[in-house]
Design a protein around this ligand. Sequence first.
Ligand code: EPU
Length: 421
Amino acid sequence: MDKLIITGGARLDGEIRISGAKNAALPILAATLLCDGPVAVSNLPHLHDITTMIELFGRMGIEPVIDEKLAIEIDPRTIKTLIAPYELVKTMRASILVLGPMVARFGEAEVALPGGCAIGSRPVDLHIHGLQAMGVVINVVGGYIKAKAPKGRLRSANFFFDTVSVTGTENIMMAAALASGRSILQNTAREPEVVDLANFLIAMGAHIQGAGTDTITIDGVKCLHSASYKVMPDRIETGTYLVATAVTGGHIKIKNTDPTILEAVLEKLREAGAEIVTSKDKIELSMHGKRPKSVNVRTAPYPAFPTDMQAQFISLNAIAQGTGTVIETIFENRFMHVHELHRMGARIQVEGNTAIVTGINKLKGAPVMATDLRASASLVISALCADGDTLIDRIYHIDRGYECIEEKLQMLGAKIRRIPG
Ligand code: EPU
C-alpha cells in the first residue's frame, strides 16, 4: 500500500488547476446508460473511483473509449449484462447510481446492495422507494437489489424524499427522465453536482426543471439522444487546497474552478482571516503569513456548509487561534480523523456529533492512517503545517478523490513524496 511522507512547515505559494468533479462525473457516467447512442464526456478526473465506474461498464459489456486526457466515449447500446457485481459495489458505493438508469432504459437491473461504510450506515432505502413509486418491483435477494420495470416504461411519480439525499435524488431523476409522464420530486438535494447531472440529461434531450431547488419536475421522454458534455469543476478539491494554503499562512491562485458554488466555505475562510478574491473561474487566497482564527462550522445539505469539507476545517481549527466547534449533521461516524489528529498533538474533544477543537500553535508530525477520503485530506493538511515528518498510511483513500495530489502540492512548494508500497 502506498504511503505519503510530508515534511511540514513550507508555506504554500503558487497556482494550480482544479480537476473535474468526482461527484458529478460518477452520476454523469451512470446517466450515459440512458442514451440511445454514443455519448462523449470530458473533464473526467483521473481518479480511482472513475476507473471503478469504467470497470463496471466493462463488466456490463460496454467498452468505453478513453483518450489520454480522460475524455470518454460510451455507447450503452452494446450492453450485455444488467448486473453490478458485489466485488465492485463494495469498493465504491456510488455504483448504486447505475440502478435507476439500467431499470429505466433496459427494464431490469441487479445491483449489489452497498454494505456499511466507514463514515456512517448510509442506507439506500430512498433510492429503492423512489423506484418503487415508479412501478419498479424490487426484491433484495442474496445481497442484490433485483429490480424489474413494469411492462413498457416506468410510470411517472410524485415522490417526497424524507431525507435530503444527493445520489438518491440523482438516481430517481435519471429514472424519471425516461418514465411516461410528469414526475415531481420534492425535498431534493440542491447540490451543484445534481444540477450538473440535470444539465447533462437536458443535453441528451431530457425535460427537467427545478434542478438546484428542492423540487424537480421531470417530463419523461421516450428516448435520449447522443450528446457531448464537460463535467463541472470539483468544489471539494478546490476547498481542500484553500484550507491547505490557509493553515500554512500561504497564498494560492486556483484556476478552472467556480467560486459561486463554494460560498459557505469561502465565508468560513474569510472568517478565519483569509483574504479572498474571486473572478469567473478563479479564486485567490492570501493569508499573509498569519495564523488562522478558529471558526464554528455546522454541516448541512447544500447551500450550507458541506460535510465533505468538515474534516479539513477540523485541521484548520486544530492550529488556529481560539476554540472552534464543528457539528456534523449528515453522517453519524465522520470523526475518524480526530483520533489520528490526536496522534499529532491536536486538542479535540468529541461529544456526540460535535467536535470542540482548541487550536494549538503547532502540531507534531507522526505516523497516521487514512480512514476515508476526506479524513485523509485532513491528515495531509495537518501534516503540511506540522513540525517534522508525517507518514500517512492507506492513502488509496485519497486517490479516490484527489487527482495528482502530490504533484499539485509540490507545485505549491510542499515537501511531499509518495512511497510506493
Ligand atoms: N440517506 C438515507 N437513505 C437513503 C440515502 C441517504 O437515509 O436512501 C441518508 C444518509 O445515510 C445520510 C444522508 O441521507 O445520512 C445524506 O446522504 P446522501 O444520500 O446525500 O449521500 P450520498 O449521496 O451517498 C453524496 C456524496 C458524498 C457526500 C454526500 C453528502 C457522491 C458520489 N457522494 O453521497 O461524497 O458526502 O453526498 O453531501 O455524490 C465524498 O466525496 O467524500 C463523499 C462521501
